[in-house]
Design a binder for this molecule. Structure first.
Ligand SMILES: [Zn+2]
Length: 235
């Protein structure tokens, strides 16, 4: 973040302001740490923005508090008997050291990670992460096809990647959608919710009334799904 950026200071908070060609001031609070971003119309005077933010201060603090209370997944060491989640289910990890090609697979209620003797944490993590990407790349196409048909839209490409603050994103003019690798740990119906959410952006780019009307028409449970997704542990 550039220091040259405009900020609004209230008590201990120093909140960045992004100027945009919009009509109203908008405040967003992002997980995991409750980072705040204010979007404001180009011409709006700083005193007006400050008064608006002040009027929403209780809401901002509530949101930040909710993120702080959110359960966190502890850092993984990739050792035998460690708990790992997959599609909303808990599995125990079993690490097997073998002088063979590294691999990973599901065996009953265990995730079996085969590594060469002496492999370090980063190596194990990389195998797990690549596996997560493969699982998502396999799970997403049927859901994307289904929602392309429902919404009458076309996805030109989808990507699975690490994302810090969002479950997915969409670049409507290019027809690209991106999904957070962490989604592999959540129940599959929540993956479908993120697919529905992002594909709706191909028709309605912004989170405005039209967007939520479209999402609500085709995915009426979206509020519950969003709440469930955000209530689950984040990495
Ligand atoms: Zn969205």
């Amino acid at each position: 973040m550039s220091d040259a950026r405009e900020h609004i200071r209230i008590d201990e908070l120093c909140l960045p302001v992004r100027r945009k060609a919009i009509k109203h001031i908008h405040i967003a609070v992002y997980p995991p740490d409750g980072r705040v971003l204010i979007s404001a119309p180009l011409e709006k005077r700083p005193e007006v923005i400050r008064a608006f933010v002040l009027s929403r201060l209780g809401w901002i603090r509530d949101k930040q508090e909710a993120f702080r209370r959110q359960p966190r997944e502890s850092a993984r060491e990739y050792l035998t008997r460690e708990t790992h989640y997959l599609w909303g289910r808990r599995y125990l990890l079993r690490v097997e050291e073998q002088a063979a090609r590294p691999g990973i697979e599901l065996r009953h209620d265990e995730i079996v990670l085969t590594v060469r003797p002496g492999s370090d944490r980063q190596c194990r993590e990389r195998i797990m992460h690549e596996w997560h990407k493969r699982l998502l790349r396999a799970a997403l196409p049927p859901l994307i096809r289904q929602w392309e048909a429902i919404l009458d839209v076309t996805v030109n490409a989808f990507f699975v990647q690490r994302m810090k603050t969002r479950w997915g994103s969409c670049t409507p003019d290019r027809g690209y959608v991106r999904f957070n690798t962490e989604l592999v740990k959540k129940p599959k119906d929540l993956l479908e919710y993120v697919v529905a959410h992002e594909l709706c952006h191909l028709r309605e780019p912004r989170h405005d009334e039209r967007y939520y009307a479209l999402l609500g028409r085709h995915y009426p449970r979206w509020r519950q799904a969003r709440a469930d997704l955000n209530a689950l542990p984040v990495a």
